[in-house]
Design a protein around this ligand. Structure first.
Ligand SMILES: Nc1ncnc2c1ncn2[C@@H]1O[C@H](COP(=O)(O)OP(=O)(O)OP(=O)(O)O)[C@@H](O)[C@H]1O
Length: 296
């Protein structure tokens, strides 16, 4: 699989603020690549440089091995976080209007099918719900038959059902062999949709790999969490069995020997009220890497 996009030493300063701090990664063709991080991590700034909208302070971006040029914009699709839609016209009319901008647009019935727009075609843009609006914006992004699409937090603010519906659409578009760059606050979303993820915070990439490999690298076995209050001293003998970290509001114990770990906690008189045990997920990884949960 060849790389469709590569960034090297990418940096962006806004005055004295370094929003993106010399990051590097490559995106293999045909995958869904997730850029994850809390508010202010630098995701939007990164994606906007990759889209050719923002000029980097330093660094290099290549698309299929070549630096971004004016033709590059014709080969990508962008779904912006907030886009002003023309008012007083319907979804169908909006799709027709946008299709007219391109010499070789995707057939309308394909756009409607891929983005599940059948039910809202005659609806006025002003009357769309959050989920319907996102479906429509995705439709606009795929009209030019892009080789790669950029989705900047497309499900922020949607209810759980609308988010899940949107995930189905993204999976459908991925099957059409379009490369996807997705930014999101939601770790469950990334775990389901993304083949590779980069976790960003404070303008830097903290980790980059497949979700499975990142979890295997950082967690061995189950994750036991106990509230921090009254539990900051963990028995010494646990350290041989488990990896223990004291975080903001809880103590996290990763262990491949659950029975013995819980037994030792009980013997040491640790307060087990509020204890939880689960298989580690990306949310846990994020907390481990940054010391706090996503500030969504
Ligand atoms: N136009 C701007 N001028 C000055 N500072 C900016 C500008 N845009 C972003 N920043 C700052 O750069 C940093 C990164 O912001 P960015 O919007 O890229 O983060 P993000 O990860 O996309 O956050 P969010 O999830 O809230 O969209 C933040 O500290 C932000 O305040």
């Amino acid at each position: 699989m060849s790389d469709i996009m590569t960034i090297r030493g990418l940096t962006k300063d806004y005055g004295t603020i370094r929003a993106v701090d010399s990051i590097d990664f490559s995106i293999p063709e045909g995958i869904c690549f997730g850029l994850l991080g809390p508010n202010g991590a630098g995701k939007t700034t990164t994606i906007e440089m990759m889209e050719g909208i923002l000029t980097p302070t330093a660094g290099q971006i290549t698309f299929r091995g070549k630096e971004l040029d004016t033709r590059f914009r014709e080969r990508i699709g962008i779904q912006f976080q907030s886009t002003a839609l023309p008012e007083f016209i319907t979804v169908r009319e909006t799709l027709e209007l946008f299709s007219a901008f391109y010499p070789n647009p995707r057939p309308m019935d394909e756009v409607i099918r891929l983005c599940s727009l059948e039910d809202i075609l005659e609806q006025d843009n002003r009357k769309l719900s959050g989920g319907q609006r996102q479906r429509m914006l995705l439709g606009l992004a795929i009209i030019p038959k892009p080789e790669m699409i950029f989705l900047d937090e497309p499900t922020t603010g949607l209810d759980p059902q609308a988010r899940r519906n949107f995930w189905d659409l993204i999976q459908g578009i991925k099957k059409e062999k379009t490369t996807i760059l997705l930014t999101t606050h939601y770790m469950d979303e990334a775990q389901i949709l993304c083949d590779q993820i980069a976790i960003m915070d404070h303008g830097k990439v903290l980790e980059l790999d497949t979700p499975q490999r990142l979890l295997a690298k950082h967690f061995d076995g189950a994750l036991v969490r106990i509230p921090r209050e009254g539990n900051s001293t963990i028995p010494d003998r646990l350290s041989a069995l488990a990896h223990t970290e004291i975080l903001d509001d809880h103590v996290a114990i990763t262990t491949s020997n659950l029975d013995t770990t819980v037994k030792h906690l009980l013997e040491a008189g640790i307060n087990l009220e509020g204890l939880s045990i689960h298989k580690p997920n990306l949310e846990d990884l994020f907390i481990k890497l940054t010391g706090s949960s996503l500030r969504a």
